[in-house]
Design a binder for this molecule. Structure first.
Ligand code: SAM
Length: 313
């Protein structure tokens, strides 16, 4: 699909480029914030699975840049730590780590950046490479959330908020039950910028309050307990069918992610992506085409790579 065609079919793709966001996902976080006010009182935040960085941009623009404009400096500035498997181009006020959130070493590194402070907000937009096998995709996605929950257990302050992408598959109520152990207030949000055809939604978990005496090392055992507490037939028990409220968020009269919008008759220019991938998966193919030695084509400097990135974005 060409860029102009995508601009027409995906209004949020077009708007993201116009407003300087690296990905259309920025609107999802903004619409969640419109509904839940998740940034209020936040000074320390972790962005898990953050590349290419549009959520980190939102955090920078909403938390860091206003603090700089207000004359705050040093330790008084908000602290934003972002992590992804992929490298990310820099964003003002965001400390970036490259690592796997399911590994203990990455969790420890995130925690070390807070110097004993707690975060008031942890967000996770993580998604595995989908296989199309829904049960498998949902399982891998829920494992990413549980890895995020391990980091939450170490860094989130009591009363804090955790926002994470979920796939609403057949067994998602088990995940809701597990989240409910730590958060009395769990809502499933579907931002208007997330297509109806996609099974993705976001859990907005508020008022973090782990069980009395809880130690993060006990997390896995506690979650397994949530499963076993209902016996071997847990999946089929009505007790496991935790009902959590569902909220469609974003301006209901606003842009619809599933609709095509005509391009402006005058003055329309198809903009390139805001930030081409820093380490695109197609880099090797470009190198082979050019006969260049491996590693010599840079994702952000090669024209071919930029063109491929634009098409793939
Ligand atoms: N929120 C991002 C933004 O606004 O630009 C988009 C995130 S993208 C949908 C999902 C990301 O999850 C990918 O960049 C992928 O590398 C990352 N990811 C998947 N599994 C991961 C893992 N185990 N550890 C760290 N990052 C992971």
């Amino acid at each position: 699909m060409g860029r102009a065609s995508k601009d027409k079919r995906d209004i949020y793709y077009r708007k993201a480029k116009e407003e300087g966001w690296r990905a259309r996902s920025a609107f999802k976080l903004l619409q969640i914030d419109d509904a839940f006010n998740i940034f209020e009182g936040v000074r320390h935040v972790v962005d898990l699975c953050a590349a290419p960085g549009s959520w980190s941009q939102v955090l920078s623009r909403r938390l860091y840049l206003p603090a700089v404009a207000a004359g705050r400096s040093g330790e008084d500035l908000p602290k934003i730590v972002a992590v992804d498997l992929q490298p990310m181009a820099p964003i003002e006020g965001v400390t970036q780590l490259q690592g796997d959130i399911t590994s203990e070493a990455t969790a420890r590194e995130v925690i070390s950046h807070f110097h004993g402070h707690h975060a008031e907000l942890v967000v996770c937009d993580g998604a595995p490479d989908v296989t199309g096998l829904h049960d498998m995709d949902e399982y891998v996605q829920s494992q990413l959330i549980l890895a995020a929950l391990t980091i939450v257990a170490h860094v989130l302050a009591p009363g804090g908020t955790f926002v994470a992408k979920v796939f609403r598959g057949r067994d998602v109520s088990l995940l809701y039950s597990q989240l409910k152990i730590f958060f009395p207030d769990v809502t499933v949000a579907k931002p208007k910028s997330s297509r109806n055809s996609s099974i993705e939604a976001f859990v907005v978990c508020r008022r973090y309050s782990p069980p009395p005496g809880f130690e993060p090392a006990q997390l896995r055992a506690l979650l397994q307990g949530a499963w076993q507490a209902y016996g071997p037939e847990a999946q089929h028990s009505p007790l496991m069918r935790q009902v959590v409220p569902f909220l469609a968020c974003g301006d209901l009269d606003g842009w619809d992610a599933d609709q095509s919008y005509d391009l402006p008759a005058e003055g329309y220019v198809s903009l390139p992506p805001v930030q081409p991938p820093t380490a695109p998966a197609y880099r090797r193919a470009v190198e082979q085409l050019r006969g260049a030695p491996p590693g010599s084509v840079s994702g952000s400097s090669s024209n071919s790579a930029q063109a491929a990135a634009a098409a793939a974005a």
